[in-house]
Design a protein around this ligand. Structure first.
Ligand SMILES: Nc1ncnc2c1ncn2[C@@H]1O[C@H](COP(=O)(O)OP(=O)(O)OP(=O)(O)O)[C@@H](O)[C@H]1O
Length: 283
């Protein structure tokens, strides 16, 4: 379990980013962390891996205080950052130098992921494209078998076939011990992959619900023609039509439209959250 309790944090000479932030993430789930530019997603992820320390409050991962960065904790987490610098060495040399830090590292799995992403261990990291480097880090991260896998903008730079491979690989990699967190702007890339959505806005968690509850509570309509205004929680113009989010009164699970949902939350979180009013959640 990842538990952030009463986290407050500010970068030097900047205004407060997090103020009394609370969040609990459970094993067995893939979480989508969404938010506009500068909302605080990367900073939150860095707290989870001990690369930033809270000014007050605590962040624990499977009981370890992340700011202590104990080896026993670090071997059980892997972060694929949004930006990275990789040395001018072959994939094989990188693996040899880094796999030793992860007690459950699997070379067989790595080979399979590299084959899936059409990468060769003999390639030099410096000669790979940004997207290929990203795929290598995702493959390496998965092969660590760390219980906490955090991916910051993983689909950035991936072509369309690689994005669907990514979704397939991530879904297959999840087990009941793992917590996978994917932060992205490309909300459509998370469709049919994530179990839960957390939305950050100016350092505050403004939405935190499971996909199962969302599809039970909300319906995503591509035309709101004939829908009474009082039933509409959020509306926008889409290709000349009024599309939007309504309360799911019919009770039939609806397909979650991630883009509409994200837009609705950012524009009017209280209205969207109102549909979950009698559900109890621990943030
Ligand atoms: N090293 C830093 N020093 C000072 N301020 C920072 C630093 N890193 C981030 N910030 C500020 O903290 C806020 C949150 O940034 P963060 O990178 O966490 O957001 P984000 O949601 O990941 O953004 P993006 O989607 O654009 O990557 C922003 O206002 C940013 O300017």
């Amino acid at each position: 379990m990842i538990k952030l309790s009463h986290i407050s944090f500010r970068y030097k000479k900047r205004r407060q980013l997090f103020a009394d932030l609370n969040l609990t993430l459970q094993p067995g789930f893939i979480y989508g962390l969404l938010g506009k530019n500068g909302a605080g997603k990367s900073s939150l992820l860095k707290h989870m891996v001990g690369l930033l320390y809270p000014d007050s409050g605590t962040c624990t991962v499977f009981g370890f205080d992340t700011s202590a960065r104990k080896p026993a904790m670090l071997q059980d987490m892997y972060l694929v950052p949004e930006e990275f610098n990789l040395p001018a060495i072959s994939l094989a040399t990188f693996v040899k130098a880094n796999a030793v830090f992860y007690s459950r590292f699997s070379y067989n799995q790595l080979q399979a992921y590299l084959a899936e992403f059409e990468l060769s261990e003999n390639d030099k990291l410096s000669t790979l494209s940004y997207g290929q480097k990203k795929k290598f880090l995702i493959a390496f991260g998965l092969a660590t078998n760390a219980r906490v896998l955090i991916l910051d903008e993983p689909t950035n730079g991936l072509d369309i076939p690689s994005k669907s491979q990514f979704r397939k690989i991530m879904a297959a990699a999840l087990d009941e011990e793992k917590i996978i967190i994917i932060s992205t702007h490309q909300v459509r890339d998370l469709e049919n992959l994530i179990d839960s959505i957390v939305v950050l806005e100016q350092g505050n968690i403004i939405f935190n619900q499971s996909i199962a509850d969302i599809s039970e509570r909300l319906a995503f309509e591509h035309s709101l023609a004939g829908v009474p205004d009082e039933e509409v929680l959020y509306a926008e113009e889409l290709q000349g039509r009024r599309a939007g989010i309504v309360k799911n009164i019919a009770g039939i699970d609806s397909r979650v439209d991630m883009e509409l949902l994200f837009n609705g939350i950012v524009k009017n979180a209280p209205a969207i959250n109102g549909a979950f009013a009698n559900l109890k959640y621990e943030y």
